[in-house]
Structures are given as C-alpha cells and as structure tokens.
Design a protein around this ligand. Structure first.
Ligand SMILES: [Zn+2]
Length: 489
C-alpha cells in the first residue's frame, strides 16, 4: 500500500504591509486533526479525499495557514518549518510527500520561503522520494521550487473554487509517479508580467483565454498538467510575477515548447491585464442611484485576501456622507467591537471605527450607532471557496449607523462567502449595497446574487497602481512598471 506524508504552510505575504504576522495569526492543525479536512474545499481536503479513493495511507503532520499579512519573522518561519520537518521525519519511511503551500510566502531573510520549505523537505527525504506541491493561483513560482519538487499543481480558478480538485490532481499524479506509471517532467516559463489580482478573474478574458489554451493542452493529452499562476505582485521578490508551468510525461522538449507557447500568449495579452477603477465618491453615488440591489462596492484598495488590514474606512465615510440606505460593510476593528460589547445589545455605542492599522486606508470614522447583535463570530464557509472550513473572526458586533449596517469583526476575514453576513442575521440578497474588501474573491459567494459590481479605486495596500509601491527585489524589466520591454518566449 502506498504511504504518503502530508503537511504544509500557507501564507501569502504582502511585503509592503506593516501588519505583523505573529504565530497566533496562523491557524495550526497537527496530526489527525488534518483528516478533518475530508470533503472540505481546501487543498488538504483534496489530499485526504484522493488518498482515500486511491487506497493510500496518509500520515498527517502539520499545517499552518494565515490570512495574508506582512512577512513572517525569521524566528517564526524557523519554528513552523522546524515543526513541519520534525513531524515529517517521524512519519518516515514513506513513498511520497504532499505539501500544501501558497507560493507567495516571504519570511525575513528569505524572499522565496515556499522554495526554501520544499528544499528542506527534499534534503530530509532524499533525492529519490517524489514530492508533490500544491500552490495558489497567486504563487510567485521560481525555478528553485521546481527543482526541489517532483510535481507542482496550482489552482486553476480565481476565486479559488478548485482547491480540493487541484490537490486531488496533485495526489493522483504523485501516486502514479510512485507506481512508476509516469515520469513528470516540468518546464517553467516566466514572461516579465506583473498583473494585479483584479485582472486575474478566471471566468473572464484575459485569464480565461490563457486557461482555455492550458486546458486544451491537458485534455488533448499533450501535458499531464498545466499551471498558470498570475503571481502576487505585492510580495516583492525575484520570482514575483506571472508564471507558466507545464508538466509532461518524460518529454522535456514538449514541456518547454508548451510553456513558451502559453508564456507568449500571456505576454501578448498584457494590455488586457490593465485595471482602472472608479473613484470612491462616484462609486457610492452610482450604487445609491442604481435601481436594484445588491450592488457590490468592491473595496479593491483594502483587499483582505491580498494582505490589507481590512479596516479601511474610505467607503464607510463616503456612504455616511452621501446618506446611503440599506448598505452593509464589514470592518475589522477589535477596539470598536469591545466598545460595542460594553454598550450591549440595544445600547448606543459611540466610537471611532477602522483606519487604525496604518495610514494608508483612510482615517478612523467617528460613529454613533445602535448595537443590534453581539456574537462569538464563528461561522463555517458555505462556499464555493473553502466550503466546510470554519472562519474565526473573533468577537463580532453588528451596529446600525444611520443607513449603514456595520459588521465589526475582531479579526479580518477575506470576504467571498455569504455566511459572513448570514451568520450575523443579515440576508445579503435584501441589501441595497454590500461593500466587499476584495478584488475577485467576493465573486465566489456574492457573484450569483450581485445585480451590479463597482470596483472602487480606494487607496491602500491593494492599490492597482503598482508604481505607488517601492519594489526592491523584482526581476526587471517587468510590465507594467517598465517601458519598451522586448521579450520573446
Ligand atoms: Zn490566491
């Protein structure tokens, strides 16, 4: 019987964020706790499900995952990797290892933390044991990671609704490799492209166009698997940007040819990856004037899934200034939650909300409102993304401030699931305006009910104008930061 070892560390790092990443920012699962992912739309769920279907045994080791924040300290990185390696070592001997990673993790002193994790696992298990790695669509994939791994499979969707499926694919390819049925051969191509997350919605051109070509390569049997990663522009590192990875069965030339073909396609679509958003005042006016709801106001500058604080106030201030009605907005602010708890249900709370993490996402907004509901915050994703996985926003308060219903969380949670609102008694479909601190992720849960979406040019760490960030480690030249790039695959 095939014996696999599974574990991982998943963090998307925003290197321009001032928000620290302590250990308690991570949710950690150890040993048998990981089998609880069975059936969940999560990478580890896919590993568990595929292993069960294939009749393979899995030794579960260690998984740490956090919402996107600033680089993890060197000490924390060593602590987490140390525990992962020790638990893998205890599970040896094995036939193969599956690592669920993100691919855009940066630690102090380590710009390509994911590659470093795979490299260390490789040196622990030796050169012959197959290692499969799952990555996010926002992975910044460089050659170092590819060299240390045997199989690499990234998500094909954004919003990420195929996490389980892609991890099943990686696990199946791993088991076929162990059984000697295939010899995975990878080629990586990196056109000099630095798209922002908002450009990477996979149901629309240009990413849909690239993925359609990639899927054809898979379905025609020319490749075992193809990964198109848009990259995560806000993790400043030498491999940051778009990457194409093609894996064939023992055919290096075909892998290289296909990877270059996709890289050239992506490069040719670079102008279609440009994003221009609506100013906050105009966006709120447009949402109020729109005859139906819900209208999604997409707070792109405070895209929580992309490493922003989740306490941005620009749209709150604008909604209150323009007298919006039936609007709902979630803000992460533990202090304001405490004030609401002190006032109690039915009480009046006067406090300042948001704008506290840094000075890039608007100023704190003074509010006076009635506390409608207080809760422990916990809810479970209905999906599609992360279906079955619990969310832990901490103590949560719902406060009515004029026409705006404020949901105050103690910890930020990336929006994309209707349960975030339903769990505190708010029916999303009955709202006129819903603010989502996201770029694309919101489409997973809210896309089907949205009557209109307005992407707002809010300031912040999610700013789509990358020239406002002071990059130091990117490989240059890169589009759109540099002009007159003459690149050919
Ligand atoms: Zn992602």
């Amino acid at each position: 019987m095939v014996h696999l070892i599974a574990g991982g560390i998943m963090h998307e790092t925003h290197t321009f964020s001032a928000e620290p990443t302590p250990l308690d920012a991570f949710t950690v699962w150890r040993g048998a706790e990981l089998s609880g992912f069975a059936g969940a739309n999560h990478s580890m769920g896919g590993v568990v499900d595929a292993a069960r279907e294939l009749g393979a045994t899995v030794s579960h080791t260690y998984l740490a995952q956090a919402t996107s924040t600033a680089p993890v300290t060197g000490a924390l990185f060593e602590e987490m990797v140390g525990e992962l390696l020790q638990s893998i070592e205890r599970a040896l001997p094995a036939d193969g290892v599956v690592l669920t990673l993100h691919g855009a993790m940066v630690a102090e002193g380590c710009l390509e933390a994911d590659a470093e994790i795979v490299r260390r696992v490789r040196s622990l298990v030796g050169p012959d044991m197959p290692i499969a790695v799952t990555l996010d669509l926002h992975a910044n994939t460089g050659q170092a990671l590819i060299d240390a791994a045997t199989i690499v499979v990234g998500y094909d969707t954004y919003p990420h609704i195929d996490l389980n499926e892609r991890a099943q694919e990686a696990t199946r390819l791993l088991v076929r490799t162990i059984r000697g049925e295939i010899a995975p051969t990878m080629a990586l191509a990196r056109p000099p492209l630095l798209p922002v997350p908002q450009a990477m919605y996979t149901s629309q051109h240009p990413f849909k166009t690239i993925f359609d070509r990639a899927f054809a390569m898979e379905s025609e049997g020319r490749a075992l698997t193809v990964t198109v990663a848009g990259g995560f522009a806000y993790a400043d590192g030498p491999s940051t940007g778009l990457s194409i990875l093609v894996t064939t069965d023992d055919d290096a030339l075909a892998a290289r040819t296909l990877a270059n073909e996709l890289a050239e396609l992506a490069w040719s679509l670079r102008d279609d990856m440009r994003v221009v958003n609506t100013a906050p005042d105009a966006a709120v006016a447009e949402a109020i004037a729109f005859p139906e709801g819900p209208v999604m106001l997409v707070d792109v500058g405070d895209n929580i899934g992309g490493g922003t604080p989740g306490d941005g106030t620009v749209l709150l201030a604008e909604l209150l200034r323009q007298g919006a009605r039936d609007a709902v907005m979630v803000i992460a602010d533990a202090d304001a939650v405490r004030d609401a708890f002190a006032a109690g249900v039915g009480g009046i709370v006067e406090t300042r909300v948001g704008g506290k993490a840094d000075d890039r996402h608007g100023a704190p907004v003074p509010i006076r409102g009635r506390v409608r509901l207080l809760s422990d915050g916990r809810w479970v994703h209905e999906g599609p993304e992360n279906a079955g996985v619990a969310a832990e926003p901490g103590l949560t308060a719902v406060v009515d401030v004029e026409g705006v219903t404020l949901v105050l969380n103690s910890r930020k949670i990336a929006p994309g699931d209707q349960q975030q609102l339903k769990s505190v008694g708010i029916d999303p479909i009955r709202q006129k305006i819903i603010v989502v601190k996201a770029a694309v992720r919101w489409r997973g849960g809210f896309g089907p009910i949205a009557k209109r979406a307005i992407h707002v040019a809010t300031p912040g760490l999610g700013d789509v104008d990358l020239s406002r960030f002071d990059f130091n480690h990117l490989t240059r030249p890169i589009h759109p930061l540099d002009d007159d790039i003459n690149w050919h695959g």
